[in-house]
Design a protein around this ligand. Structure first.
Ligand SMILES: [Zn+2]
Length: 392
């Protein structure tokens, strides 16, 4: 399982080109399940690596890169029948090799040989993904999970088995009523304990957002006990029977709640950014303004059209990125390097700074704004004049 620290490590990596080093990124997108019998993406993967080996040899790159490609070819050779996606990041010149199994949503099978690792497929998968907690709750049980990508891990559960049910007290109205009140009281204490556990988990940073699995009737009883700031973090709910629901069902249900939330949040925040940009507030649009805001450390969320790409240059000395293709850096005068796609520099920057990153499909507003926009935490030019606006 890939941790945030590992992704940051990938984003911080830079191959030393003066020593002929090159960062190799390999992504394997498996066949959709229904196709797995006839067309084999594993064969495509092998061809992709062999092709890269040939062109490396043609360019006389026979040293460490060749060794990396050979090793990736071994990986590709063993992909037959693999249902999960895979990513390999390698640079033997820097003694770097990392291999990950990932959800099968990586776009295409491809290999990239660049100064930095290619993180777009990962960013599209992880960019806006919060650390997620899932709690599945009824009147006497609660199970707690962490969901990272498609990996569901279960923590310690809480069980307060209720006293014998009211029905077993026979027909005596008084006794039955008494037992029912006792059970309600026990359920109440249980919900309070579950809420307390969620508050403590949230405060120790176990998760950033929460999904609840719970029947409607129980939710009505449980919800009022949630601490207000835990309740604010609940992004959705699904109906589930604690005693019988399987982990696979929990993972699937939680995943679809999450996808819906990220999709809606991306569009809402993007519209907010564009509105703010028009009002000269906490938003900017267009590559030039977004780059300025990124370098000023102002960006909270970044929005990219699904296929956004643009030429730019990057200073080889100070890292300044310029939307105009100029030979020397405007900040320090050193020579610049041309970037075929500015995203190759922006994405690692966003990952290192924990910026929420959204790729949006069919977003007409974003398209009109140049397919790139950002929502800002603050505006440094405005904060100097005392008009700083806090981010929500
Ligand atoms: Zn510079």
């Amino acid at each position: 399982m890939m941790t945030r620290e590992e992704i940051r490590e990938l984003a911080a990596f830079q191959a030393d080109e003066s020593k002929g080093a090159c960062a190799l990124s390999f992504y394997f997108q498996p066949d959709p399940p229904q196709d797995r019998s006839h067309r084999s993406e594993a064969i495509v993967a092998k061809d992709v690596v062999k092709e890269a080996l040939k062109s490396a040899a043609a360019q006389g790159k026979n040293g460490p890169l060749h060794a990396d490609l050979d090793r990736v070819l071994d990986v590709a050779t063993n992909l037959r029948g693999q249902a999960r996606g895979k990513a390999v990041f390698a640079c033997s010149a820097h003694n770097f090799w990392k291999e990950y199994d990932l959800p099968p949503h990586l776009g295409t099978t491809r290999i990239y040989l660049q100064p930095r690792f290619q993180l777009k497929p990962l960013a599209a998968l992880l960019g806006a993904q919060p650390a997620l907690g899932v709690a599945v709750v009824d009147r006497q049980r609660a199970r707690f999970f962490d969901l990272r990508l498609d990996d569901l891990r279960e923590g310690a559960s809480i069980v307060h088995l209720l006293s014998r049910s009211a029905a077993s007290y026979g027909y005596n109205g008084y006794e039955a009523g008494h037992a029912e009140r006792r059970i309600s009281e026990e359920a109440l204490q249980h919900f309070k304990a579950v809420s307390e556990r969620l508050r403590v988990d949230f405060e120790r940073g176990a998760w950033e957002r929460l999904i609840i699995g719970c029947h409607d009737v129980n939710w009505a009883e449980f919800e009022p006990h949630l601490h207000p700031y835990v309740r604010q973090r609940v992004i959705g709910r699904f109906s589930a029977d604690v005693a019988s629901v399987s982990n696979e069902e929990i993972r699937e249900r939680a995943d679809s709640v999450l996808k819906k939330w990220i999709g809606e949040r991306g569009f809402t925040k993007m519209s907010e950014a564009i509105d703010h940009a028009k009002a000269n507030g906490r938003g900017v649009t267009g590559l030039r303004r977004v780059l300025q805001a990124l370098e000023a450390g102002e960006v909270q969320s970044l929005f990219l059209g699904e296929n956004y790409s643009a030429h730019a240059v990057e200073c080889t000395h100070c890292g300044h990125i310029n939307a105009h293709v100029v030979p020397s850096c405007v900040a320090c005068g050193h020579v610049t390097r041309e970037l075929n796609d500015v995203c190759d520099a922006i994405i690692p920057l966003a990952i290192r700074r924990d910026i929420e990153l959204f790729y949006l499909k069919d977003a007409a507003d974003l398209d009109r704004a140049g397919n790139i926009a950002a929502l800002l935490r603050f505006r440094s030019d405005q904060s100097r004049t005392g008009k700083m606006v806090a981010a929500s």
